[in-house]
Design a protein around this ligand. Structure first.
Ligand SMILES: [Mg+2]
Length: 221
């Protein structure tokens, strides 16, 4: 597989997204687009189609906002036990290929590792019950800690106030192009996307951002 050249000596901090970047996005897509409509239909005595339509309207009205990522928000709006429902399909929570090897590689190079996720803390806790990545990170920051979603302008300025980093020596990997564009706009120098965030869906176009197919592409020296 083609090497993605990174001058590791020039990198001090590595910011990593969770869903679709370290973990297969299949779980999240399956949960929100399949499992949730099914359970919602059962609870409200709707057809699957009706439930789906109702949920999609809801999803669309909050996309890209902090509420979209907020478990408590959905719990309240939908009156569903989101954490409990996620546990029901937790066998789909899975690491993407070579993630552990990559995290070990970064640790061996003494990089500061920061998980930077839009996921709610309860979602992080739930996922780490199944794939515990916590020990690899120097710090875990959710956008709920910051008060803005990663794709919102001002996110990185607020992050600066709680986490010391140099944008010129930081690498940020994320599967969301809106998020990468916001980081680019702020000036994070090293940015990478993900070629296939959901293993059960097609690969994605990542415009100007180089996309990682496999983490071994970065483990070059
Ligand atoms: Mg993601």
């Amino acid at each position: 597989m083609q090497v993605i050249p990174i001058d590791w000596q020039a990198i001090e901090t590595v910011f990593l997204d969770m869903d679709g970047t370290l973990l297969d996005l299949h779980f999240d897509n399956h949960f929100w687009l399949e499992h949730m409509p099914q359970r919602y239909a059962e609870k409200h005595s709707l057809t699957l189609e009706e439930a789906r339509k109702k949920l999609m309207d809801n999803y669309q009205s909050f996309a890209g906002s902090l509420n979209w990522y907020c478990l408590d928000h959905w719990q309240e709006i939908l009156q569903m036990d989101i954490v409990g429902l996620k546990h029901e399909v937790a066998d789909r929570i899975a690491l993407r290929a070579n993630v552990i090897e990559f995290l070990d590689y970064l640790r061996s190079k003494d990089k500061r590792l920061v998980l930077l996720t839009n996921a709610h803390q309860k979602t992080v806790d739930l996922k780490f019950e199944y794939v515990n990545l916590r020990p690899y990170f120097d710090r875990i920051i959710t956008s709920h800690d910051i008060g803005l979603a990663k794709e919102e302008s001002g996110f990185w300025q607020k992050l600066e106030q709680v986490e010391e980093f140099d944008k010129n020596s930081s690498l940020f990997i994320d599967d969301n192009l809106d998020v990468l564009n916001a980081a680019d706009h702020y000036g994070v120098k090293h940015l990478l996307a993900i070629h296939q965030p959901d293993s059960k869906q097609a690969t994605v176009k990542t415009s100007k951002f180089t996309a990682i197919k496999c983490y071994t592409q970065l483990m070059t020296n």
